[in-house]
Write a protein that binds this ligand. Sequence first.
Ligand code: AMP
Length: 544
Amino acid sequence: MRGLMMDTPLLVSSIAEHAEKFHPDREIVSVTMDNPLHRCTIADVMTRARQLGAALAKLGLKQGDRVATIAWNDFRHLEIYYGVSGMGYVCHTINPRLFPEQLVFIINHAEDRWIFTDVMFVPLLEKLLPQIGNVEGFVVMTDEANMPETSLPNAVCYETLIGAESADLEWPQFDERTASALCYTSGTTGDPKGVLYDHRSTVLHAYVSLAPDVIGLSSRDTILPVVPLFHVNAWGIPYSAMMAGAKLVLPGPKMGDGEALYNLIESEGVHMAAGVPTVWLGLLQYCEQAGKRLDALERTLVGGAAVPRAMIQAFRDKHDVETVQGWGMTEMSPLGVTNTLKAGLEGLSADEKLDLATKAGRGLYGCELRIVDDEGNELPWDGVAYGALQVRGPWVCSDYFKLDGSAGTHTDDGWFETGDVATIDKQGYLAITDRTKDVIKSGGEWISSIELENTAMGHPAVAEAAVIGISHPKWTERPLLVVVRAEGQDLDKDEMLAYFDGKVASWWVPTDVAFVDELPHTATGKVKKIELRKQFADYAFPED
Ligand code: AMP
């Protein structure tokens, strides 16, 4: 027997309608390319999103057509999220930090019809133009006063495009399984792969992320997503914040600027900020050097890479800020686990709580987890057994755009292979130990590069650290620690290695340390291990 409940589709436009009705006056503050501090309201953004929807329809777009953005986090980008998806078109966010060949590949593979761009990316697109000839036109996200001269075909100024339209549009209704957004993962091998979200997955993911043990956003909160709108939809915050009616602070091109982030947090009363560890390193360094304390901030949501213990401790002890670690992937919209304290664990000591906080987090409703060995057998949740991590759920991708199952990333019984290696403890807390490709095997035993990196980063003279496996005549592979010293510090190899004493098993201690000025990073701020391995391709351990 079927139930007798209404069948209203879960559409991105329903978030826009809700936000506009219940939280019209909530503020959205943006740093934009043409205004250091732009202020508007949810009502303004949603009105303009409808004007944009009308303008796009006039350009002849059809349901399913891809409309790309290449832009920082600001109110116009948010309007495009709603204007494009709300109409049934697909909002394809592009990471401007990718290599030109990757950008060309992505734009052509996605068959983007129009591209919305920040002024600063106009020269980049002009250079790519000969290779992206199928794009019909470009919208420059500014007003007429700041519109640059450009050779881009059919270039139109954003404010002019939407200014010509009325806001009477009613959002069309369609199947909730319709594609809403597209984001390519900047894979470390092969061509980037497109993850195609739908309206249903997006709304469900936003719903779940609002729960207190997940992101825990309410209408009383102010949130600063420093994670870019082009990186897995800024972890869904553009949707969840509008669903909750939270005040949104968007840092525009100031993502990597510790001082600018500090000023935004304090002046706008930001309670909660979200970003990858590298971003917070910059902010914490700025606070340390300038003698500043983060008074407004209560919580940071940190993910995208392992969060060093020292960072969680600095936030806690110096700024009274709680760190909520999260783990997920572009393929997972992205949330898979978040790290909050479970009932029964309140009595842990401060140090034990810190240890727990370095784990990626525990399962949230809607994303199933399992770890398996090389034969695909499920492993126990004892915090010791490690294996390939697989996930399943309504906001996990079932395939990649136009790859028709050829990526080989799904098991026969319908689970997605994350490519991460993990342990899960009795309480259900997941710890990521490595990427499958980064695992270091020494004498047949496995060493966690992430744990060594986290330990090294606990040393006050270390700014950043990465560990790679280097071939070794006796042990097959041994860990090499690559360190960037903190400014003005003179750390040497012996002191660095002595720091591991008592913190990790003695046979895990890296065999050697290499000091470098900087580590290579991916477009999303993670250490690029492939590049690092190339850099150290000719390296050999010193003979004992
Ligand atoms: P992306 O799709 O670019 O967001 O990258 C996803 C990958 O980032 C995951 O598969 C992990 O390897 C890594 N990652 C994300 N969050 C964490 C975390 N909390 N700890 C360790 N690695 C993480």
